[in-house]
Ligand binder design. Structure first.
Ligand SMILES: NC(=O)c1ccc[n+]([C@@H]2O[C@H](COP(=O)([O-])OP(=O)(O)OC[C@H]3O[C@@H](n4cnc5c(N)ncnc54)[C@H](OP(=O)(O)O)[C@@H]3O)[C@@H](O)[C@H]2O)c1
Length: 250
């Protein structure tokens, strides 16, 4: 039997990168998947690729009314959720000294507030034995230049994950965080970096990774699928670095 047979999975930010790859993997393992994003064209293209076991709904993670609509949509169409992959996120690099309130709010509202309220609003329809996975980042533990607010948004998410694990355990809901290192997705292009900057950043990053390469979205989705499955039935409140060894290199 497939690992996620008959499970219902919600993947926020499922139209691209890690979220899309995970939606593909969930479906291969037998799940029905609902993906979200803000861009309708991207969602349509992703849903077409994922096929009949996927539905796409436009929903901005930083907008609480949108999250309410998403929960209503899932409730009406599926009744419950077994897997909640809270993955929607953005990366906006800037140096300390150049942080505006708008820059702070955009990043915190999607990466942290959006994650908190996605969980908050899905709790009533999370099934017994449900698994929640928060997509964080290795940046939660690094002091990499230009990442101050992004890194703090992910560190907050990891802290929140630990408390949520304690409080949700009596409901038999597991929650864990995954901390990727640099992964080859469109996120860097969306960060306002020029192709030359991305090239320079990629070179610098690879020099800091013992495995000397970026990760691939499929490498993250396999770990997320494991945590989503009953194979991880005794795992909650944990964090997994998946970074080619970056976190251990001094
Ligand atoms: N790539 C990396 O190196 C890396 C490393 C560590 C952690 N991460 C984390 O991994 C997650 C996924 O990133 P990725 O690399 O796969 O990036 P990506 O390819 O840019 O995908 C991001 C996804 O999130 C969606 N999204 C962004 N803002 C959203 C919002 N407000 N509401 C709903 N959906 C939203 C995007 O769709 P729309 O644009 O249509 O909204 C897209 O589907 C993020 O949380 C990121 O911080 C990435």
């Amino acid at each position: 039997m497939k690992k996620l047979q008959n499970k219902v999975a919600v993947v926020t930010g499922g139209s691209s990168g890690i979220g899309f790859s995970t939606a593909e993997n969930f479906i291969q393992e037998g799940a029905k998947v609902i993906i979200t994003g803000r861009n309708q064209e991207g969602l349509n293209a992703a849903a077409a690729k994922l096929g009949e076991n996927a539905m796409a709904i436009k929903s901005d993670a930083s907008n609480l009314a949108d999250i309410d609509n998403l929960v209503s949509f899932v409730t009406e169409n599926y009744g419950k959720v077994d897997i909640l992959f809270i993955n929607a996120g953005i990366f906006l690099p800037t140096q300390i000294g150049g942080v505006t309130e708008e820059f702070f709010d955009i990043q915190m509202n999607i990466n942290f507030k959006g994650a908190v309220f996605t969980l908050e609003k899905f709790i009533p329809i999370l099934a017994e034995g449900a698994s929640v996975i928060n997509l964080s980042s290795i940046n939660a533990y690094t002091g990499m230049s230009n990442t101050g607010v992004y890194a703090a948004s992910k560190a907050a998410l990891n802290s929140y994950t630990r408390t949520a694990a304690t409080e949700l355990a009596p409901k038999k809901i597991r929650i864990n965080a995954v901390n990727p290192g640099p992964i080859d997705t469109p996120i860097f292009g969306k960060a306002g970096m020029s192709p030359e900057m991305i090239q320079g950043f990629a070179q610098m990053m690879q020099n800091r990774i013992p495995m000397k390469r970026f990760g691939k979205p499929e490498e993250i989705s396999k770990l997320v699928t494991f945590l989503a499955s009953d194979d991880a039935s005794f795992i909650t409140g944990s964090e997994y670095n998946i970074d080619g060894g970056m976190a251990v290199l001094v």
